[in-house]
Design a protein around this ligand. Structure first.
Ligand code: SAM
Ligand code: SF4
Length: 340
């Protein structure tokens, strides 16, 4: 029997000598929420015929794993809204069993966790990220437009009960949650979860003005330092967050600062959409169509070669910028398409 631990295709190393070991897969562009910084209220979603089937997604992911992907994150849209998503989780979990894949994880809005937390844990998922921007039910309804806080809190409780490690991700939003962040961090840490703050990124047209939403994390950090002792630590999860230890709570605080701190030099990841488009950088338009290649041949070597050609085009970095002169998004596609 073939040893699935051994990569059988070439590893992915780009022109800047960065080895790609992290794949994010957006399994759907659809979502049951309409977060104001992520989507407009009237989104047009992709026609279903353009989507890769779960089997096609599994095949593509397997090739990436055989090319050295060690960490795979399912995202979206809302990944748990994709019909029969657990079939894909089950297929991918086989790669965890062989050791070819070290970590299978997902980013979710939490609305379906009451149904899926236990099956995820059963399929070998150890950690998940749940996005939550406020603990105030009215504000939650406002920022997600369609979400219910209670349902998400119930989902988080199910995840913790199932033994999953949970990281809460919050987007820092000016005049929305900036004064709530210290209390939120305390709430998260009291429950043994990690807390990560994200700056808004200029991705896709939304109904609101992004300059009104943007809150630099350098400012949030100063505010937190008035109450808490923050110490930089070397903890890493393979993602772009830098971590601080919060002495008073004993918990960890992650900061993702694409705008104030450029993290491109250590970028180890690429993103695959539900249509089989590979984006080599979240902040650039260039992409490779792997769906056409996948459907043109049953030979995975052909796919591997197409991936290699794409990786060689991975750019050195992004150029996000939000200011009064640049009100348009840096990139026209929404985060829900590429996956966060
Ligand atoms: N629906 C899932 C969720 O909300 O966790 C997964 C997909 S969502 C696109 C992934 C992450 O991207 C979420 O934490 C969300 O807050 C974040 N996000 C969406 N649009 C963003 C933007 N324009 N800037 C920064 N973060 C954004
Ligand atoms: Fe949906 Fe996640 Fe985007 Fe909110 S951030 S609209 S939950 S995809």
């Amino acid at each position: 029997m073939q040893n699935t631990n051994m990569p059988i295709f070439d590893a992915m190393v780009d022109n800047f000598n960065r080895q790609i070991s992290y794949l994010r897969v957006s399994v759907t562009d659809r979502c049951d929420f309409r977060c104001t910084y992520c989507m407009s209220e009237n989104m047009t979603f992709l026609p279903r015929k353009d989507l890769l089937s779960l089997e096609e997604l599994a095949r593509l992911c397997s090739v990436f794993i055989q090319k050295g992907v060690k960490k795979l994150r399912l995202t979206g849209g809302e990944p748990l809204m994709r019909k029969n998503i657990m079939q894909l989780v089950e297929t991918l979990s086989a790669h965890l069993e062989t050791g070819a894949l070290e970590e299978l994880t997902l980013t979710t809005n939490g609305s379906q966790l009451h149904r899926f937390a236990q099956p995820l844990a059963d399929f070998g998922v150890k950690r998940i990220n749940v996005s939550l921007d406020t603990l105030n039910a009215d504000k939650f309804a406002k920022v997600t437009r369609w979400g219910k806080l209670e349902q998400v809190l119930d989902g988080i409780a199910h995840a913790l009960n199932a033994g999953l490690k949970v990281k809460i991700n919050a987007v820092a939003l000016k005049n929305f949650n900036e004064h709530e962040i210290p209390a939120m961090m305390q709430w998260v840490h009291e429950r043994g979860m990690d807390f990560t703050l994200i700056e808004t990124m200029p991705l896709g047209e939304v109904d609101e003005d992004r300059t009104d939403q943007y809150l630099p994390l350098s400012q949030v950090r100063k505010q937190l330092e008035e109450k808490f002792t923050l110490e930089e630590i070397s903890y890493k999860t393979g993602g772009p967050a830098r971590y601080l230890k919060v002495h008073e709570t004993g918990g960890r605080l992650g900061l993702i600062t694409p705008l104030t701190h450029n993290f491109c030099e250590s970028c180890n990841r690429v993103r695959l959409t539900c249509t089989g488009t590979l984006f080599m950088c979240l902040g650039q338009e260039d992409a490779a169509d792997l769906r056409a290649v996948l459907r043109s041949s049953d030979d995975d070597h052909v796919l591997s070669q197409a991936i290699d050609a794409a990786i060689m085009r991975k750019p050195e970095g992004h150029d996000f910028i939000i200011d009064r002169q640049h009100k348009r998004p840096a990139v026209s596609r929404h985060m829900s398409m590429t996956g966060g």
